[in-house]
Design a protein around this ligand. Structure first.
Ligand code: ZN
Length: 344
């Protein structure tokens, strides 16, 4: 057995100590392989490189978001028998995040969703975000910036059982925003299909959050994936929430739009389909196929209701069992708000 403290030299490790979710939804910290991680001390690998600092700002060239600069980071780890164990929480979060990102990519590739164009993705630890207008919603310490193709990792503000960036479902949720942007805009660096100010943008921001929660639930298999990090009962995919009970809806023209509540209705609808059909992989493929088809069909839409028509695509693209489940779920969750004409 050899022990050594590593400071900037290369290491020979094939497993990495990280947060991992167990069958009952609780977390444990133990070694796992992360094949995509090529230089585990500098967080360099096939998925992209983690960098510290830098700036997330509007590009002067095209007005889109871009990530610039940043410096390399260094993880301090001890290696024993091929297992790299970080000596601090920052390193543990890095390995956990990278491992969860790999798992999410593999789950999507495994069912046939072509997410290759997302990678390599930028990963920025506490970048400067100078423009207050870019405030990325009430995210606490993990976010994805579309068109800059950048994950943003911030420090946890409070002690948690599982830091957000080390929570498998939260990483799948944030990756979900990347997949949403890829499947709707066509390119990770393209502008948003429905930019802020578009008549459908509010509803689409809910669909974006809902899609991200769909991936969080489907990739981890846990409808309450956020709970080990945040006690947010409103995000339970098995809650009884309905669209009619939500006050922030795009057609109601509220003053300050909150995308999460209606997003939870979209996510709960998909979780209903997953429970009714019993097939998590086919559900994952359906939600992605339906999103791509929706973006193609609605590219020229100019109305507040555009996000609801994603539900029509869930029905249109499902097999007969999924169609039946989707019609039932939409009827239960969206009664009085949206009807899918193709349903009996
Ligand atoms: Zn989100």
């Amino acid at each position: 057995m050899t022990w050594m403290l590593l400071l900037g030299c290369s290491i020979d490790a094939d497993r990495f100590v990280a947060f991992q979710v167990q069958d009952d939804g609780s977390y444990t910290v133990k070694p796992r392989p992360i094949d995509s991680l090529e230089d585990p001390l500098r967080m360099h690998g096939q998925l992209g490189d983690v960098r510290a600092g830098g700036v997330l700002a509007l590009s002067l060239i095209d007005g889109g978001l871009e990530y610039r600069g940043g410096r390399g980071i260094e993880v301090l780890a001890v290696v024993d028998d091929g297992v790299a164990e970080p000596i601090d929480l920052d390193g543990l979060i890095m390995y956990s995040f990278y491992g969860h990102l790999q798992d999410t990519r593999d789950a999507l590739l495994g069912v046939g969703v072509a997410v290759e164009p997302l990678f390599p993705v930028n990963m920025a630890v506490t970048p400067a975000i100078p423009d207050i207008g870019l405030a990325l919603l009430p995210v606490e310490n993990a976010a994805y910036a579309p068109s800059a193709n950048t994950f943003i990792l911030l420090s946890d503000l409070s002690d948690k059982q599982v830091p957000l960036a080390a929570n498998a479902g939260v990483v799948a949720h944030e990756t979900g925003h990347g997949v949403f942007h890829l499947l709707t805009a066509g390119d990770p660096y393209a502008a948003k299909l429905f930019p802020p100010g578009h008549s459908g943008a509010d509803g689409v921001s809910s669909l974006d959050e809902g899609f991200a929660d769909m991936l969080g639930g489907l990739v981890t298999g846990d409808p309450r994936f956020i709970m080990p990090s945040l006690n947010l009962l409103s995000r339970d995919l098995e809650s009884t929430i309905t669209a009619e009970s939500v006050s922030s809806r795009p057609e109601l023209e509220v003053e300050s739009y909150d995308p999460y509540a209606l997003g939870s209705v979209f996510a709960a609808t998909v979780w209903d389909i997953r429970l009714e059909t019993g097939d998590v992989n086919e559900t994952l493929l359906l939600v992605c196929d339906a999103l791509r088809a929706w973006a193609l069909a609605e590219a020229d839409a100019d109305d507040a209701m555009v996000a609801y028509r994603y539900l029509d695509q869930l029905v249109a693209l499902g097999d007969s069992q999924q169609q039946q489940a989707a019609c039932l779920a939409v009827e239960n969750r969206f009664a009085g708000v949206h009807t899918v004409e193709a349903c009996p």
